[in-house]
Design a protein around this ligand. Structure first.
Ligand code: NAP
Length: 549
């Protein structure tokens, strides 16, 4: 479902550069993937054009301007590694950077590499059709552009197709409505307002404390509670920054070899073998550290064994109950699915916010949502009246941004239809029947289970190497063989089946979109293992891909 104009904040249309008729590569999206791609393609002597729906670079950080928006990977780790000089020059301010700081970083990179001259802003890619005779793609946009290209790279992000909930009467509300992923650039003043917010994922958890501090009253509509850790955000010290800058090269290597793209200690003990004292100490340490990966790597069997995971779950429930004063509200905030199987959150004062007099939690499990009305939100229990409704209802994750474009490969086959039973890729980079279509951090790759910057750089490097391989040998196309793709999809499923991930109704599984096939989409085998596999495939002459003259 796309965002309706009444709820989105469409940017004013930017000045557009001239669009060439033919280029070597079209890149869709000018977030961190598209920016790095453009830089690399240019350095390889190729002509490229990037189409970007927003009016500036930054992708997710251009759109997600809701109050409290931050990344939950530390700034010094959530940054490009490809240019040591950039690494040394950019000065991060906080441990977990805010959206404005990350957007400033993206803009800095765009300036530094003069990227904007090949980016067409304010322009959404609508279609890309493959011409088998010419071995080229024809790409079309909502501004009437038509470009032919040999290579098409979808750098569209995993969490970019924002989603409204399927609630009757959604257009009936007469007050203001906002979606966290399409926040107005000028911000929203909640002073004196009665605000309702639907959704308690990362966006809800981050924005709720900030909105609560401003609004007259905030009512939170929760369908599924989140597991959230206090971020313990703070200003970075001069010594910390200098320390990282001195050891960046070694740190980057460790990132690439790690499980989540964030170096962390490797667990050695099962939670079931640990004494209660050891377990409590480990969980407390993770909680105090303000780092999600520290929690996820406390014990060897945390992600794979229900009993082990239950120990963490109970410990976190106790924590929530120790913070939230009202026992019913505390109970309602305690999740029942295994820890880590839906994306956990990092927050600043989230649970404490429910102790405020001006905040009410509505548990939609006990009081199901019925409809949006002209005055507010009606549940089975009553109608709540608001001046503003905030939708923190997430995304058609991982596939939405790809299938929203009319992509047609060999024989005119549509990507959306080809993936109707779930996405199928080889390595999360390409898909059979769609030659020279590359996808950055697509389903079947670690993507959302990793520090995105690490996975983005790895994919961009791999794709650019593959293109160089073709160019050097006078080859024209590359695409996965159906056999290699089937084997990879089986492998991705096999790994997921040994974890607890499929036990939650998460967006990892497509469960937040009615009718979307339930398939665990990311590769759960870890960033380091995945990289080894990709490198091996390339070393073996792009094994599993069909290369043609
Ligand atoms: P989300 O995690 O998908 O959360 C959406 C919320 O809306 C969920 O609580 C969901 O409930 C609720 N919801 C959806 N439809 C509903 C309906 N019809 N009725 C009631 N509730 C409904 O989306 P998000 O919070 O935007 O985050 C998405 C992802 O973006 C995160 O998981 C994370 O990967 C990334 N992100 C990261 C950061 C960060 O780095 N700090 C910040 C924001 C986002 P159910 O759970 O029951 O479906």
């Amino acid at each position: 479902m796309s965002i309706t104009p009444s709820i989105s904040s469409e940017p004013t249309r930017a000045e557009r550069r001239d669009v060439p008729k033919t280029v070597d590569a079209v890149v869709v999206g000018a977030g961190f993937s598209g920016m790095y791609l453009l830089h690399k393609l240019r350095n390889a002597g190729m002509s490229a054009v990037v189409f970007e729906a927003g009016d500036d670079v930054g992708g997710t950080w251009y759109w997600n301007r809701y109050p409290g928006a931050r990344v939950d990977v530390e700034s010094l780790a959530y940054s490009y590694s490809f240019d040591p000089d950039l690494e040394q020059r950019f000065e991060w301010q906080e441990r977990y950077p805010t959206q404005p700081e990350i957007l400033a970083y993206a803009r800095h990179v765009a300036d530094r590499f003069d990227l904007r001259r090949d980016i067409v802003f304010g322009t959404r890619t609508t279609a890309a059709h493959y011409d088998e005779a010419k071995r080229s793609w024809t790409v079309r946009t909502d501004r009437g552009d038509t470009v032919t290209t040999r290579y098409l790279v979808m750098a569209t992000g995993c969490l970019s197709a924002a989603k409204l909930p399927e609630i009757p009467g959604i257009d009936a509300f007469e007050g203001d409505t906002y979606h966290t992923a399409h926040w107005p650039h000028e911000g929203v003043d909640f002073t004196g307002k009665r605000v309702g917010i639907i959704g308690t994922g990362s966006s809800g958890v981050q924005s709720i404390p900030v909105i609560a501090a401003q609004a007259d009253h905030l009512t939170v509509f929760q369908r599924t509670p989140a597991y959230s850790l206090p971020a313990r955000n703070r200003k970075l010290t001069v010594d910390e920054i200098a320390g990282m800058k001195a050891r960046y090269r070694a740190y980057r290597k460790a990132q690439q070899e790690s499980g989540f793209g964030i170096p962390t200690k490797i667990p050695t003990k099962s939670a079931l073998e640990a004494t209660e004292e050891e377990r409590n100490a480990a969980f407390e340490e993770a909680w105090e550290s303000g780092s999600l990966v520290n929690l996820l790597t406390t014990f060897t069997d945390f992600a794979t064994n229900q009993e082990a995971n239950d120990l963490a779950k109970r410990w976190i429930h106790d924590k929530i109950r120790s913070i939230v004063a009202d026992p019913q509200t505390a109970d309602d905030l305690c999740p029942d699915y295994p820890v880590g199987t839906k994306r956990p959150c990092l927050d600043t004062g989230y649970y404490e916010t429910y102790n405020r007099d001006n905040v009410t939690l509505v548990n939609l499990r006990r009081e199901p949502l019925v409809e949006i009305t002209a005055r507010g939100i009606r549940t089975e229990a009553r109608e709540y009246e608001f001046d503003v409704i905030v939708y923190a209802t997430g995304f058609d994750a991982m596939t939405g941004a790809l299938t929203n474009v009319d992509i047609r490969g060999r024989g005119g086959a549509s990507l959306a239809e080809t993936w109707s039973a779930g996405p199928r890729t080889y390595l999360g980079i390409g898909t059979a029947g769609f030659p020279n279509l590359f996808m950055i951090t697509a389903p079947g790759s670690p993507s959302v289970l990793s520090n995105m910057m690490v996975s983005i750089e790895q994919h961009v490097d791999w794709v650019c190497d593959a293109i160089a391989h073709l160019q050097e040998r006078g080859l024209t196309t590359i695409e996965p063989s159906p056999e290699a793709q089937d084997a990879w999809v089986d492998h991705v499923n096999e790994i997921a089946s040994h974890t607890l991930y499929p036990k939650a109704n998460s967006w990892y599984m497509g469960a937040n979109v009615p009718g979307k096939p339930r398939v665990f989409m990311p590769y759960a085998g870890g960033v380091g293992e995945y990289r080894k596999k990709c490198d091996e495939v390339a070393r073996n002459g792009y094994e599993g891909f069909v290369l043609a003259e």
